[in-house]
Design a binder for this molecule. Structure first.
Ligand SMILES: [Zn+2]
Length: 165
């Protein structure tokens, strides 16, 4: 009896876990999609900006040249900020962050950067609960990641650290 109860619990947990993983991957995919959308918009703005500069150069007087130029630059800045936000969210969903000193992507559980040794502030740990992050408070998951773990900078294809034993 007890055995089957246990088995049921495991199955339940695994099912829940898989759903969380699926949600997480879906969120990451969505964020990546938004990112490339922003990049495409930036490219369009660059093209327009180039045209404005060219036209201004040829005609030599474009009353609103500065305004139009600034407006485009502002839009590009905004989109770049947006991309940065998405990038950070994706990192977080992968339980990673960027070292503020050397910009290496490292696991959030690390107290020191394995690359440059910079102490990592853990202030933001656990703050963000709205991000579909499945294992934020799962100590077992945290313990699985040791400083000896191979750190890859390849985006998020490597989920081996999340696999249930
Ligand atoms: Zn570092």
């Amino acid at each position: 009896m007890e055995f089957f109860e246990k088995l049921g619990n495991v199955a339940n947990k695994t099912c829940k876990y898989t759903t969380q993983q699926t949600n997480r991957l879906a969120t990451i995919t969505k964020l990546k999609w938004k990112m490339s959308d922003c990049k495409a918009k930036i490219n369009d703005l660059y093209t327009e900006l180039g045209k404005i500069v060219y036209e201004n150069n040829v005609r030599e007087e474009m009353d609103d040249f500065e305004d139009r130029k600034n407006e485009h630059c502002k839009k590009i800045d905004k989109l770049a900020d947006e991309i940065e936000e998405y990038r950070k969210k994706i990192l977080k969903l992968n339980n990673r962050r960027q070292c503020p000193k050397c910009y290496t992507e490292i696991y959030t559980v690390f107290n020191y950067c394995p690359n440059c040794g910079e102490a990592q502030s853990n202030d933001d740990k656990g703050k963000d609960t709205a991000n579909n992050e499945p294992d934020k408070n799962d100590e077992n998951e945290k313990n699985k990641v040791s400083p000896g773990t191979d750190i890859k900078n390849d985006d998020n294809e490597d989920y081996s650290e999340f696999e249930e034993a």
